[in-house]
Design a protein around this ligand. Sequence first.
Ligand code: UT7
Length: 348
Amino acid sequence: MNAVITAIGGFVPSSILTNKKISETVDTSEEWIEKRTGIKERRIADCNTATSDLASAAIENLFENYNVDRLEVEALLVATATPDHILAPTASIVCEKSGLANAFGFDMNAACSGFLYALEMGANMIESGRYSKIIVVGADKMSSIVDYEDRNTCILFGDGAGAVLLEKTESDNGLMKTILKTDGSGTSSLLVPSGGSRNPTSMQSLLHRTNYLKQEGAFVFKKAVASMSQVSQDALAKNELHAAQIDWVIPHQANLRIINAVSESLNIDSEKVKVNIDRYGNTTSATVPLCLWDFKEDFKLGQNLLITTFGAGFSWGATCLKWGVMREKKAVETIKTDTVNENVLVAH
Ligand code: UT7
């Protein structure tokens, strides 16, 4: 028995933060950001929107577009690095907001690899035979932990969420073997230093802005390229696939130069590599499901996808999947983006 993706939903907030706007607030330029990262703009949630709102909007988009009974969903896995609260779980709030009355839910934090980790856990739950319908969400409100005075990080991140429904299939479509990796020695290179049990929020942390995300960009960049390239090759080998048999690559969207370097190392043509970092930036747990959502019409039955991620921890991994039969679609696809406001200002 395999686990297969049968429905997809996504959500990004309507407000756009452009490179031009960022260049008006920190010492950078539109050209530098686009050339060094591939990002042109990112979406930013308003101050009344939390990660659970992004996640439940993505789930709602899924239910609006596919014939699925929400009461049949048995479990909800929410991958996020920006929970609504340190306690209670975001998944509990999402279960309530999304009307998943018969599901239990829990959060998973593996930073930018969170969705891939959660997908693997969800797939294993399905393959065990104990569960038949699981929703896996990747959702992050990165604007809640980004320091908009720090040009090293504020150019990179955006807010968003993507959701997939996993179901069982007797066919050979669906998730294949996955490789997940963790190396805690990378913790200090990419983290939010304060606000957790190590350094609870204090006057000092607020003064030194250590409650915001810090990153050694160049070091993380090199690790990301090497790790995603190697783990992708290992996942291909584990699934007895050659790079030439991959129809689409869905890489974590942290930097277009990382994506290009990884696809070059795998010798996979850039036309097969899905990229939406130009529009959304790095949405952490949401990059992979947002890519699946964005490009779902391109994926055809029986095609092979390669997903690979790298993030804080460090956490990284790769999996292959054979695209299966999606659930019946409802008549009109609803894309939940309201009016676009290019003048969004992020204030903490
Ligand atoms: O998703 C989780 C994993 N995260 C990642 O994979 C992110 C990995 N890192 C990156 O994407 C890149 O390292 C960055 C985009 C963050 C930075 O790009 P870079 O090419 O690695 O730049 P750098 O840190 O090596 O800095 C090069 C120069 C420096 O100036 P000097 O010392 O050469 O004079 C920086 O001060 O670029 C400068 N710089 C900037 N200049 C204009 C750094 N940030 C900026 C900026 N605007 N925003």
